[in-house]
Design a protein around this ligand. Structure first.
Ligand code: NAP
Ligand code: NAG
Ligand code: NAG
Ligand code: NAG
Ligand code: NAG
Length: 316
């Protein structure tokens, strides 16, 4: 009887609607502990504090434990409130990814991350990346700038205020600038990647060769311009495939990325779809109850639309 009670106490939490999302190791923190990133997180680009708060409260209640934000999104106070009000797990199970702007000096990087932690109201982030290989206008664009910024990110890593550090929008030549001086390897490069994008400018191949996790942004092509038939939510290709598995087009688009991440020894990360709709959030997390056939993966791999925006490699 005692045994049965203990057993039931263990079983009850598991029978709730909480979905365990697989994680991948993206690197090791300054104490040598593995940094494990969930394969599904919540995006927040273009959300103000209020919408970030609303969407993240839905996401946390649904069981997501990973948020992608940035200094430049201007919504970290909303993110912080959602963490404090709606996330009920342990800090160590939450994965907070934020960014500092590109093109900063050493001291500016330090100040920007201080501001991140102040707004987020937490002691450390799980991943900190530089948002772009230069400032957005590329007026402060050079190898020396990128190296100075990387040295500042390394200092933050060594203090423990970021468990891992990385880059975003980096092209092969920008990655080489970092590798030349790095004492801490970049653990992630976050780049636009989805069905139809292919490997723009050989960035995936560069990441594979250097064991940098290649992480998709805009997995549903949220901000892309495309014909309705090319949509990654309601378009022809993803909808046809979705029918075969009784899932939605969006689930097919997200599973395409996640399934690559699940391969043994993969260098591909998961997905951070943005949504403020609970039904979308729940289905965007439900990616582990079906598996796409090799034929369908090939069809998705061969898609040429919607394309990704090129141009990051123009940054000198
Ligand atoms: N490093 C960078 O520079 C960079 C650049 C771009 C993006 N990112 C990150 O990547 C995240 C995701 O990319 P994104 O925001 O560009 O776009 P996205 O996630 O590809 O698409 C978001 C759009 O899709 C809709 N949506 C989501 N799930 C859906 C579903 N199941 N069915 C129908 N519609 C659905 C959302 O509307 P609803 O609210 O109606 O669901 C929203 O309008 C960003 O939020 C940001 O965190 C980073
Ligand atoms: C690649 O990086 C992962 C995560 O840091 C690590 O576990 C793995 O050993 C690395 N592989 C190689 C070949 O360096
Ligand atoms: C935040 O964004 C939402 C959705 O676009 C909008 O309705 C709301 O007015 C905005 N709030 C503020 C304070 O700007
Ligand atoms: C999960 O279950 C709890 C308790 O039954 C419920 O309050 C919550 O709304 C559910 N979450 C979702 C996203 O369905
Ligand atoms: C298809 O999926 C829907 C929604 O998840 C579900 O309600 C329905 O029972 C499924 N149908 C089959 C044939 O599995």
């Amino acid at each position: 009887m005692k045994y049965l009670v203990a057993f039931m106490a263990l079983v009850i939490p598991v029978s709730s609607n909480y979905t365990e999302i697989p994680r991948i190791t993206i690197g090791y923190d300054v104490h040598g502990h593995a940094v494990k990133m969930p394969l599904v997180g919540a995006g927040t680009w273009q959300y103000n504090d209020t919408t970030a708060y609303d969407s993240l409260c839905k996401a946390f209640r649904a069981g997501l434990t990973f948020v992608d934000t940035a200094y430049g999104y201007g919504n970290q106070v909303g993110v912080s409130r959602a963490i404090h009000d709606c996330y009920t797990g342990h800090r160590s199970d939450l994965f907070v990814l934020t960014k500092v702007p590109g093109g900063l000096t050493f001291d500016e990087v330090r100040a920007a991350h201080h501001h991140n932690l102040f707004q987020l109201n937490i002691e450390y982030v799980d991943h900190l990346m530089t948002h772009f290989p230069a400032d957005w206008e590329a007026t402060k664009a050079s190898k020396e700038r990128r190296q100075e910024e990387w040295r500042a990110l390394e200092e933050i890593y060594y203090t423990g205020k970021a468990r891992s550090i990385g880059i975003s929008h980096y092209c092969p030549q920008h990655i080489d600038d970092i590798l030349e001086i790095a004492t801490v390897m970049p653990s992630i490069n976050q780049v636009e990647y989805h069905v139809g994008s292919g490997d723009v400018d050989g960035v995936m191949e560069k990441c594979r060769a250097n064991n940098i996790t290649f992480m998709s942004f805009s997995p549903l092509c949220g901000p892309c311009q495309y014909e309705p038939e090319d949509s990654l939510i309601t378009g022809k290709l993803v909808s046809e495939i979705a029918q075969r598995y009784n899932v939605t087009g969006a689930q097919v688009s997200l599973r395409f990325i996640v399934q690559q991440a699940l391969q043994e020894g993969s260098f591909i990360g998961g997905v951070i779809p943005k949504s403020n709709n609970i039904d979308h959030i729940l289905s965007n997390m439900d990616l582990f109850s079906f598996e796409l056939s090799e034929e369908d993966m090939d069809l998705l791999r061969q898609a040429k639309k919607p394309s990704a925006e090129a141009g990051d490699c123009d940054v000198p």
